[in-house]
Design a protein around this ligand. Sequence first.
Ligand code: E4P
Length: 215
Amino acid sequence: MKIFLDTANLEQIKEAASWGIVDGITTNPSLVSKENLQFDDLIKEICRIVLGPVSVESVSGKSDDIIEEARGLAKLADNVVVKIPIGVEGLKATKVLSQEGIQINTTLIFSPTQALLAAKAGTRFVSPFIGRLDDISHDGMDLIDQIVVILDNYGFETEIIVASIRHPLHVVQAALTGADIATVPFAVLEKMVKHPLTDIGLEKFLKDWEKVKQG
Ligand code: E4P
């Protein structure tokens, strides 16, 4: 399973990249707004640190405007993937842009039909938001199960990015579905590596090792 980091924070991106397990980055307007940096410079720097796909979201409404904006975003770096919210205008833009070779991540996916239509339009990634579904008492993971089967049934190359992840259990459940990618906030990534029994075990080993050293 590929792990993407869901942040626009350069410190978090540098730190996670140094662990050697980050395959890509997802940003969105809310994440970018937390960083006090010029937008183009920020994206270029993220794309320099992480060589895998870096999703950058389009904020235009009409398909012609989305297309124009996406072409500009794609010029920022070779590894930019343009995030386009699902909708009729987004689908139209995705069809055109994907035929031009611009990679699209269709975002704000909350139903299997949205994912199917995005795949048909040629998107490279779909981003179903599971945490936001859980928040309103819908099981977000059911959506992932359905999209995995649908895309597999018809041999779509579209990859599934499980998004809006809130905790490590979401990552485990996503991995069990066979989804291609989990995009995780840095705090979740930190929790994924930790286990209290590892800490207790390590402390004991080091204490016992002191006795060995003292002879
Ligand atoms: C994914 O691409 C989105 O940036 C993100 O996962 C949204 O997560 P949130 O629901 O925690 O805002």
